[in-house]
Design a protein around this ligand. Structure first.
Ligand SMILES: [Zn+2]
Ligand SMILES: [Zn+2]
Length: 208
């Protein structure tokens, strides 16, 4: 039996939520990381040096930082950005721009994503885990392709492919039902599981 860690249990929980469980758990991990980053940046000089050399954050994570700011994390953000703004200011003064920029949150989240994917692959043939995965919304196409790239086990890959095909078929039926009920003749019919099918379709097909 596999040794079970936090990721295992958190992945089980994520499978009970809406959308791709890997996306969901990665979101939780990234939020946790940003939370600690914004607290620790206040005192951790090594981390601050690392952030300066990273040159800042990508578009997606800049948006996320903005949301953290609105939630009250303004001190950590200001400290980090004071360093970054000064670094750009200095290099622009000598008419250079910081090179080799790489968003630190992207870097960390790639590692976290791999950890989650490996946990998923490792446990998928475990009966209890499999049953819960089977009832989940399934993997998005991005994470399905990553699973297939990481896993060397043909049987495991087939299993993920089969389950995803089933999910897509179910989703297709639900979308059809959703569309049908938009017709005035059927509008009085109560809405069922298809109510949020369009949301799940957007989520499951996202490419990046
Ligand atoms: Zn995903
Ligand atoms: Zn990023």
């Amino acid at each position: 039996m596999n040794r079970r860690n936090n990721t295992y249990y958190e992945l089980l929980d994520a499978m009970k939520g809406r959308g791709c469980p890997v996306c969901l758990l990665l979101e939780t991990y990234t939020d946790r990381y940003i939370d600690s980053l914004l607290y620790e940046s206040v005192n951790d000089t090594n981390l601050r040096a690392k952030l300066i050399s990273s040159g800042g954050f990508c578009k997606e994570h800049s948006k996320k930082l903005l949301r953290f700011g609105y939630k009250g994390y303004t001190l950590g953000i200001s400290i980090i950005y004071k360093d970054l703004v000064d670094a750009y200011y200095k290099t622009l003064n000598v008419q250079r721009i910081l090179s080799d920029r790489r968003c630190l949150i992207c870097e960390v989240s790639e590692d976290m994503e791999n950890r989650i994917l490996e946990e998923l692959i490792k446990n998928i043939r475990d009966y209890e885990f499999y049953e819960i995965y089977k009832d989940s919304d399934g993997l998005c196409m991005l994470h399905l392709s990553k699973v297939l790239a990481i896993s060397k086990d043909r049987e495991v890959n087939d299993l993920f492919l089969e389950l995803t095909a089933l999910k897509l078929k179910g989703l297709s039926d639900q979308l059809l039902e959703f569309i049908r009920k938009q017709d005035y003749r059927f509008r009085e019919e109560p809405i069922g599981v298809e109510a949020d099918s369009w949301i799940r379709a957007i989520e499951i097909l996202k490419l990046k």
